[in-house]
Write a protein that binds this ligand. Structure first.
Ligand SMILES: Cc1cc2nc3c(=O)[nH]c(=O)nc-3n(C[C@H](O)[C@H](O)[C@H](O)COP(=O)(O)OP(=O)(O)OC[C@H]3O[C@@H](n4cnc5c(N)ncnc54)[C@H](O)[C@@H]3O)c2cc1C
Length: 435
């Protein structure tokens, strides 16, 4: 019986494990630092208290419990020997396979921006979403106790990066400010809250069409987001953000949605790396020169069978996980591996209540507003792992959507609530949208 070791229980790793699990001649060990699979596309809804943790975290053992030939180990991989296909872990164990699948995903890329790694709140993992939620709730609680903190930027939110993550986060924050919070914080001047979306590019949602970009920008501005485009972030401090044009925004909540690179494990895999530190793979996901080693999802630079570089998307990771499993089964059966053919469902981003943009299919048919919102819901429901997960997430969602309430306003990461309000009270020069 052949043994496949998979590092990473994200969209790529889970789908690969599940597909391999259908083959009774294969034994799989799936390694992940967490005992759950996290659903990144909905993390911004955890950060804004729209969904709870259990709506976006699914137990790996439960997801895979129909496959007795798949074992899950909760370990942190620290290094790989690609020649012997061995994984070393922080706990001191080793796992060796006939095949090794590397699917460890991404981590935030701060591009060397001073202070960003220390003071900004990234949004890539469930833990980070919980910490950010606690910080958002903590600034409201603090300003409610002491309105003087508003002068110190307590209710200023700066989001760095206007791709889908930054845009969705900005939109969800406006929903929070305009919907759930005012009746709950009756003494607080919530109208003084400001949301800035900063990007050195000149448009929001750069990967989308001009029409979608214009729609998204208008929707965000109508909801109260101030767009600071064509300007970079030069520094993030504990109580401010400095912009490349010399302006400074007082804030204690800087959300980093400014870019991603391969997870840190890629520093210790002994394999050639490309853009973003991702592993260079052939179109069938095999790593050239290392028999039996594959890399997938966000951890790899993937090209389609027609040579097109594919984006870091859940649907890419999901499909390549299944495809890689088929290639491993083919290799075991002595058949040729096939180059990946991506079925492109399109790209989409949620802007807020009843507003989303979706460019569906390879031809990028554009949908906006309520129809875009419905398309977004449909595609993301198909990414959720089980029917139970879909029903639970959508029940919770419907509850907050129609009730205009937030069910998960739990300030559970108390370290995020410890804010030194005097760490940055130098001269405010908060920009306006037009400045
Ligand atoms: C905020 C956000 C929103 C997004 N929204 C969308 C969206 O709307 N639609 C869309 O298609 N895509 C979206 N994406 C992108 C999508 O989530 C990723 O492309 C996808 O998760 C990649 O899957 P993966 O399996 O390669 O990696 P991941 O899903 O990141 O999984 C990697 C796994 O590896 C584990 N791991 C990492 N390092 C180690 C280690 N050293 N040891 C053990 N385990 C390790 C991690 O715990 C994790 O479980 C979004 C991403 C983010 C961050």
């Amino acid at each position: 019986m052949k043994h496949v070791v998979i590092v990473g229980g994200g969209f790529a790793g889970v789908n690969c494990a599940r597909k391999l699990g259908e083959n009774p001649d294969i034994r799989v060990t799936l390694l992940d630092r967490n005992n759950y699979h996290q659903f990144q596309p909905l993390l911004y809804q955890v950060a804004t208290a729209e969904l709870g943790v259990s709506d976006v975290a699914f137990m790996l053992r439960k997801i895979l419990d129909r496959h007795p030939n798949v074992d899950v180990k909760m370990v942190e991989a620290t290094a790989i020997d690609p020649v012997t296909r061995t994984v070393r872990t922080v706990q001191g164990e080793t796992y060796q396979g006939d095949f090794l699948v590397l699917a460890a995903g991404s981590q935030p890329n701060f591009f060397g921006t001073p202070g960003a790694d220390k003071h900004a709140f990234p949004l890539y993992s469930l833990k980070q979403a919980e910490v950010l939620r606690s910080r958002i709730l903590a600034v409201f609680e603090s300003a409610d106790r002491d309105p003087g903190l508003i002068e110190k930027g307590a209710l200023n939110f700066v989001i760095v990066g206007s791709g889908p993550t930054g845009t969705e986060m900005a939109g969800a924050l406006t929903d929070m400010l305009n919907g759930a919070l005012p009746p709950e914080y009756q003494d607080l001047a919530i109208k003084q809250a400001k949301i800035y979306l900063v990007d050195h590019g000149h448009a929001v949602l750069a990967a989308f069409s001009k029409e979608s970009q214009a729609y998204a920008a208008t929707q965000l501005q109508e909801r109260g987001v101030q767009l600071l485009l064509g300007v970079g972030v030069s520094e993030v401090g504990p109580g401010h953000v400095s912009l490349s044009d010399g302006r400074k925004i007082l804030t204690h909540t800087t959300v980093w949605a400014g870019g991603l690179k391969a997870a840190s494990l890629s520093d210790n895999v002994g394999l050639p790396r490309g853009r973003g530190g991702r592993i260079a793979v052939q179109p069938d996901f095999s790593v050239p020169g290392f028999a039996g080693v594959y890399a997938l999802g966000d951890f790899a630079n993937i090209v389609d069978f027609d040579g097109q570089a594919l984006p870091q998307l859940a649907s890419v990771a999901q499909q390549c996980g299944k495809w890689c499993a088929e290639n491993i089964s083919a290799e075991i059966a002595g058949q040729p591996r096939k180059p990946f053919q991506y079925f492109d469902k399109g790209i989409m981003a949620m802007i807020g209540r009843n507003a989303a943009v979706a460019e569906v299919g390879k031809k990028r048919h554009e949908l906006e507003g309520v129809i875009g919102f419905a398309a977004w819901l449909g595609v993301h429901a198909s990414l959720l792992d089980t029917n139970q997960a879909r029903i639970e997430a959508f029940m919770e969602w419907a509850w907050t959507y129609f009730g205009r309430t937030r069910g998960s306003q739990v300030l559970d990461r108390t370290s995020a609530a410890r804010i030194n309000w005097d760490s940055d009270d130098a001269g405010p020069s908060t920009p306006t949208a037009s400045s």
